[in-house]
Design a protein around this ligand. Structure first.
Ligand SMILES: C[S@@+](CC[C@H](N)C(=O)[O-])C[C@H]1O[C@@H](n2cnc3c(N)ncnc32)[C@H](O)[C@@H]1O
Length: 283
């Protein structure tokens, strides 16, 4: 059954010299969407969306406030990259407003609340992939377990790790994540050599595709995760969206995704990124 969707793209400020996004109204037909989550209106009602189109919805705000307004069973995959709780340990790197904001919420309790609220929006058969730092490993692990998930660890190995800074010993060549499922492993690929160690390059400053976000994840990695664990009819939830890499990967692969970002400058970067139609990609 084809459903009709309305595109509603909210006006937002553009810091660059390109045109600001204009209010666009229109209707488009979409593919049949059999999942539990897709029967609901898109974008989900009850939220003042910062940006939305037929596959993407971005809210600018604290996920702990936005998530409860989303209702239940809103997504079937939690794919997110919360802060690692390290800004308060090491202090701010620079004076930009987003870092100042990070300073105030970058605590284990704040992050735990966001992860838990995100899990509460998921369907019964949901799966999850949540990045974490050394001091936040237990947050996704414990919250997912409490919610009935089987939880396993994963690692992202950086092909060329950034050089070690002053005071560091070895440079940091990998990051941790937890992946989880409630009913059965969600893998869609038929690769029987699949492994929980993922090797992808991280972005360097000035590299094509690098945006003004300090912890932007590689788009190729996020596309790999979406391709491997998200069925086409699923809706992905990313409550700690940053520059919108999860949503961009979802859009490129024909999946729907909801993102929430507390810092307006990052929400705007994501909205501009998501304005672009699906582009050809080689990875
Ligand atoms: C590690 S970054 C995510 C980066 C993202 N994966 C990307 O590729 O750009 C975490 C993001 O969560 C946002 N954030 C932190 N606390 C939040 C909260 N309570 N609600 C919504 N966003 C939050 C931060 O501003 C930051 O941009």
């Amino acid at each position: 059954m084809a459903t009709r969707q309305t595109m509603n793209q909210k006006t937002f400020l553009s810091s660059a010299d390109d045109a600001t996004c204009k209010q666009t109204e229109g209707s488009k037909s979409s593919k049949s969407l059999p999942s539990q989550t897709s029967q609901k209106p898109w974008p989900p009602a009850g939220v003042d969306w910062y940006f939305s189109d037929k596959s993407t919805a971005i809210a600018c705000g604290d996920c702990r406030e936005v998530l409860p307004t989303l209702g239940e069973n809103v997504a079937s995959v939690l794919l997110t990259d919360p802060p690692y709780g390290i800004v308060n340990q090491f202090g701010e790197n620079n004076g930009n407003g987003c870092r100042t904001m990070q300073f105030s919420w970058d605590t284990p309790d704040g992050i735990r609340d966001g992860i838990r609220d995100g899990i509460r929006r998921l369907t019964a058969s949901a799966s999850a992939f949540v990045f974490c730092g050394l001091d936040t490993v237990e947050l996704p692990r414990d919250e997912l377990r409490k919610a009935g998930f089987t939880v396993k660890p994963a690692a992202w190995v950086k092909k060329c790790p950034p050089p070690s800074g002053h005071g560091n010993w070895w440079s940091s060549g990998f990051e941790l994540a937890m992946y989880a499922y409630r009913k059965s492993p969600p893998f869609l690929d038929d690769d029987n050599k699949r492994c929980n160690v993922f090797t992808f390059d991280s972005y360097r400053h000035g590299q094509p595709g690098k945006l003004d976000h300090p912890t932007q994840k590689p788009l190729s990695f996020m596309r790999h995760l979406v391709k491997s664990m998200v069925v086409e009819s699923a809706i992905i939830l990313d409550p700690f969206m940053g520059s919108g890499t999860t949503l961009r990967a979802a859009k490129d692969l024909g999946r729907k995704a909801i993102g929430i970002e507390i810092c307006e400058a990052y929400a705007e970067i994501a909205a501009k990124r998501l304005q672009q139609e699906v582009l050809a990609f080689n990875d």
